[in-house]
Design a protein around this ligand. Sequence first.
Ligand code: PGA
Length: 255
Amino acid sequence: MNKELRKAVIAGNWKMNKTRPEAKALIEELIPRAAETSCEVVICVPFTNLETAVSLTEGTNIKVGAENVHFEKSGAFTGEISADMLTELGVEYVIIGHSERRQYFGETDETVNKRTKAALAAGLKPIVCVGELLDEREAGITEEVISTQVKLGFAGISAEDMKKTIIAYEPVWAIGTGKTATSAQAEEVCLFIRETLAKLYDKATADAVTIQYGGSMNPKNAAELLAQPDVDGGLIGGASLKAADFGVLLDEASK
Ligand code: PGA
């Protein structure tokens, strides 16, 4: 983390977990725990828990995010949720282009780009996920993959909007597998993303963007990952579902 240049952000990604009573219990446990910490704290929860999360966290230091957003403003898009619907609820963040959306729901760099633009236009802060597959890493094309995802994902987005955007580097082989990237691997790609942004925009913009690492980050490995200068926080799946574990990550990012 380089706190002189940018904010450390720890965001939980609950995925398709927690009924409303379960969500309420976890948030009630998290509120006092998060209050002791100084990093930006975000919980991204299923659509059905957004209203509960927003109302329970009112007046606390926990911000609420959604896990996806549609790019159209309204219309015949059965099952979709627009950016305005989210902001109207009090939602501030939204995860875009998570690898599970890319893998199971046909998300592409083009739809990531459209969703990011729609989110920014509505005043949401996007957390845009990028990351290579195991095959791609083994073939030595990690940088090509990441560079394409960044270039297409942020095409046509102004420097001013880019600074409001968080990028989550999530190597797909490390998500939910218990296999974490080493801190050196995480730093290498986060730095590469920043260098790519510096070429696409300028150094000041690249320096301002929070770049998270995600993929099996947990209380044991967080300190080392967050000690890397270009790793500005984490997008946390499994460890965000337990207040005790998530709390440790908040402590580490607050140091
Ligand atoms: P994980 O998930 O922490 O369970 O690996 C991270 C993510 O998918 O965002």
